[in-house]
Every structure is written in C-alpha cells, then in structure tokens.
Design a protein around this ligand. Sequence first.
Ligand code: NAD
Length: 493
Amino acid sequence: MNSQAKLMVEHQLFIDGAHVPALSGRTFDKISPVTGAVIAKVHEAGREDVDRAVRAAKAALKGPWGKLTVNERAALLQELSRAIEARFDDFLEAELADTGKPRSLARMVDIPRGGANFSTFADMIKNLGSEFFQTSTPDGGTAINYGTHRPKGVIAVISPWNLPLLLMTWKVGPALACGNTVVVKPSEITPASATLLGEVMNSVGIPKGVYNVIHGFGPESAGEFLTQHPLVDGITFTGETRTGEAIMKQAAVGLRDVSFEMGGKNAAIVFADADLDKAIAGTMQSVFSNCGQVCLGTERVYVQRPVYDEFVARLKAEAEALVMGGPDHPGVGIGPLISDEHREKVLSYYRLAEAEGAKVVTGGGVPSFGDARDAGYFIEPTIWTGLPETSPILREEIFGPCCHITPFDTEDEVIALANDNSYGLASAIWTQDISRAHRVAPQIEVGLVWVNSWFLRDLRTAFGGSKSSGIGREGGEHSLEFYTERANICVKL
Ligand code: NAD
C-alpha cells in the first residue's frame, strides 16, 4: 500500500503488553512532511502514564523475563528479529508515512537495521566472557576473582526522528539482550514504528512489561517525566546536544547512568590525490542523504586547492540533479525535511549564510514545483563557499541538506580546521595515499573516521562522539558495558 494512502491512524501507548489510551486524556497530531496533512492522532503520556510504564518495566524484571537463561533470551531476540523482517512492509510504510523519506533509502537502511539490531546483540550476549584473576593472599593462600554481569534494570530510551526504528532498536536491542526492560520515548514526530514494534514483541512472546512505549514531548511532558522517574536505572539518549544537557540534569537526581549520542558538525576532507569520482559520490551521500538529517552527515567540506574548483563545480551539478519528492516520486533522490518547524530552522541558516556574505553556489531557498509537492516541507539542496571559519554556518549543526566548501593547502592546516569545532562525532577523509590516511585519521578529534567511505558500520565496533557529540560509546561490547552492571566475586580458596 502507498504510504500516503494510510490516513488517520491512532497511536496509543504500549504498556505492560497492551496498547492503551493515555490516562492524561490528551492527544496531539502527527503531520505528514510530504503533504502537510494530519495523518495520525497520538496519545500523550502524562506523569501517571509514565509511572505505569516504568512500574510495568520494573515488575517485568522479576517476572518470566528475569528467569530466562542467556541462551533462551538470545533465541527469543533472534525470533523477534525474524518477526521484524516478516513485517518488513508494515515497518516500511510506518516509517515512510512518518518521515517522508525516499522508499529506497528506508528499504535499504532503516528497516533492515531494525532486525539486525536484535540479532547482532543476541549473538554477542551468548559470547560475553568474563575476566578471571588469581590473587595471593596475606596468609600465603590463594583467592580467585571472576566478573559477573547482571542487567542494569529499567532503561529509559529517548530517541530522535531522523532514523526512528534504526536508532531506537540500536538501544532496545542490546538493552534486552542484557536482560533489562525498557521504556521507550520515541520522538513525538515519529511515533509509528515504536508503536508497531509492541505488536511484534507480543507476537513472539516477549513477556509483558519488557518493552513499553510512551508518547509525548520532551520538557514538561513524557520525556522529562520518564528521565526524572526514580525507578529508572539508566538513561540512553540520542538527540540534540542541548537536550542532552537537560537530560543530564534530570539524570543527576538519583545518580542514574547515562549514554548520550548527540549532534555533530562533521568535516569531510578531500585531498588532491583522492579518487575524485568516489569523493564526490561519497560527499553527495554524506551531505544530502535523508535530506541532510543524519547526525553523521557532512556540513563542512575541506578540499585541497588543486582540485577545489573542479570539486565545487561537480558537487553543484550533482546537487542540482537531485529530484525532490515524496517516498514514491519518480526518480526521487531527496525527500522533505521532517516538519515545518525544522524547515524554518534550516531556512534561518540559509538566510544567515547570505547575510554573512556567503557565495550561494546552488540552492538557498524553498523550491516551487507547481504541483502537490508544494504542500510538503521541501527545501533546496544548498552549497555555500566563501565564509570564514568563525561563521555559525561552520560552527553550528544545521541538520539540513547543505554544506560549506573551504579550500586548504596543507595536511596540518586541514587537521587544525577539522578539529576547530565544539562537536566531535565523525569525519570522512578522501585520499589514495595510504600513509596519509593513517597519519591523518587518528589526529581528527571525533569518535568515527571513515577513509574513502561514509556511513559503513560494523555493529560490533564502538560508536559515539567526543566533545559535545556524546558521552560513552555503544556498539558491540561497549553496549554490553553500558547495559549491564558488573560485579567481582572474590573467593578465598
Ligand atoms: P531532540 O534532542 O530534539 O529530541 C530527541 C528526543 O529527546 C525526542 O524524543 C524528544 O522528545 C526528547 N526530549 C526533548 N527534550 C527532552 C527533555 N527535556 N527530557 C527528556 N526528553 C527530551 O533531537 P531530534 O531533533 O529528535 O533529533 C535530531 C538531533 O539528534 C540532531 O542533533 C542529531 O545530530 C542528533 N542525532 C545524533 C545521533 C548520534 O548517534 N550521535 C544520531 C541521530 C541524531
């Protein structure tokens, strides 16, 4: 079924294994980014609803879920992964209706990772080892020490709207693999896939109360009530850095552990010896995929002077060839921004760039199609040059389909330019000189560096940002570290 054909649905909360209306009695509208029309009513959780969800999650820790062996839990999560794949089309439609992104993108990236996030951590948990030390004791004897892992408890999962299912399950997968229970607060703009996942959890027999979903906003709403709740044992969050700061204050009460994946202002570095075809294709992807709404996306491009003019001209030509439209628009390469409010934010940067004297290489405004697309939140793919490094355009995360391109001369100069930013999430380096790649990559102050690629992920590796881009790492054993409590058992022999 076409994503836009599914009109007006209702998203209730999912608490203790059942879809339930919010006790608060409040609902809010979900608006399609493609048509601007209201497509769903979403129940907004009040304090009482959040309390019910957290208590259900707490109780489930002591129920059948808590009694499963690691192998039984892993088998159940493998079944869940297969069930998500079996409902692939339903998840796809849910995600397309909420985000308006191109169907091919959601099909290739968002939905497959929903299932993989459960199967990967189900495999990993079965192979989780433990440290072992033998110690000499003062009486000349011996003691042995070994480590144990137990679930942390109730995990609050706060997730954003740009890759809703992928980023939410990226946290729910390892949390459940480690034996925790979760209360998820998806973004208010993308409630559908988290709600649908509740149904799938029930279908494979995940015990009630293990996975709960509350809908609502951040401040003075579901997000704040959840992160303040005293029975929450850990908070994992993906979103804006400023939101992370607010959540950290909320987490301080009761000293709850946090894991934060936040914003970026990522640099791509193109050396003159790069394979320019690949560098341009990769930069097109990293700037414009998902309409620029990717935390790992590139908004600063540094190009070595001998290839600068050619690079700018070719990126401009490719950006201008991108077809804008809804998920199924013929030849679509770029969808709308997520909301009117977000488009206003991105447009404020478009205006600021011009006010600061940028040369607008392409784009810079709202397109006019003369067809149904004019009702959607589309915005032109935009490239600027000519701004100083001090401009907010080069310092602040815009989260739209845009980048600024700056020329550079030397390796040391570009390393300094890339690092001169308060964010430290990701970077892409384009060069065919293998020594240069290995020399430069470790000097970039970020959590992830790609060489001659972008967005490749092995889920066993560490993922996260430095500086204002995050606290902690998730991925592989790093996720297992956050989602478990370790204890040492010391036995005197
Ligand atoms: P956001 O911070 O506005 O919202 C994220 C979530 O936090 C939403 O569910 C929101 O309702 C909730 N929230 C807001 N205020 C809250 C509060 N006071 N207490 C509790 N919850 C609260 O982010 P967004 O606009 O949904 O997503 C875009 C941002 O996410 C960008 O900055 C992007 O870089 C970042 N992001 C980072 C990563 C990463 O892995 N580092 C991945 C994707 C997105």
